[in-house]
Design a protein around this ligand. Sequence first.
Ligand code: PXL
Length: 279
Amino acid sequence: MKRIVTVQDISCVGKCSLTVALPIISAMGVETAIIPTAVLSTHTMFSNFTCRDLTDEIVPITKHWKDEKLSFDAIYTGYLGSDEQIEILTNMFREFKTNDNVILVDPVMADNGKLYPAFDEAFAAKMAKLCGEADIIVPNITEASFMTGMEYKEKYDEAYIKEMLLKLSELGAKISVLTGVSFKEGTTGVMGYDKENDEFYYYSNTLLPKSYHGTGDVFASTTVGAMMNGFSWKEALQIAADFTAECIRITMEDPNGCWYGVNFEAAIPYLLRLIGKAV
Ligand code: PXL
C-alpha cells in the first residue's frame, strides 16, 4: 500500500484541510499519515475561532519518523500558518525526498484577488519558495498572482494563464497547475504545465452556480490520491476536477447542505468508480 503524509491544520468543524484530506485519500486506498500544524475550532471563515499552534511538534514528529526509517510515497502540504512552518517544511522536504516520491504543495493563502486575513505578501514570498521545492503545485489564480507578481485579473485570456504557468514553473516545480481557470462562460477548469516536456494541459467542466469553502482541499487531496493510484498528472487532474464538481453538485442539491464545506462524503462512491475501485 502506498503511504503519504499530509501536513496542514485540523479545523475541527469546517470540512477542509485534514478533515477532508484524511478521509478522501484513505478512501482511495492510500495510507494517510498526518502532521497537524494547528488545531482550530473551525476554519477561519467563521468568526471567533480558537487556534492552538502546533509548530513545536513538527520537528520531533519527523525526527521520530526518521529514527523509525519511515518513508513516504508523497508529501502533501496545504494550509500552513506561519513563516516558521514553511521553513520547517522546507527542511522536511529535503530530508524525506527520494528519487521516486512526489511532493505536492497547495499554497493555500488567498482567493478572489485577496490574501486570507492571516497572511501578508511576505508570507506569499515564502510560500513561493516552498513551491520551488515541490514536484507539483496547485495554486488558484489569486495565489499564483501573489507568487509570480503578475496582476490578478478576473477577465483574462489563454495567453495570461499560460504566462502565469510559465512564471510559476520558474519557481522550480516540474508540474504547475492553476485551478479555477475558465475560458468560456459557464465553464471552469484547471490548466497544468509540465516544464520538462514543455506541455500544457487543460480540462474543464460545467461551472456550477454555487461555490463552497474547502473545494481546493478536496481537489488537491484527490489529485494526490489519484497519482498514488498510478494515474498520470493529467489523469489525476481530470479525476480531481470531476470529483470536486460532483461534490459541489451533491451539496447544492441537499436542502440541508451547509455553507462551510461540501458533502464530499456522499460523493466517495463516485470517486471510487472514477479510479476503478468501485465495489
Ligand atoms: O480550505 C483552506 C483552509 C484550510 N484551513 C484553514 C482555513 C482555510 C481557508 O480559509 O481557514 C484554517
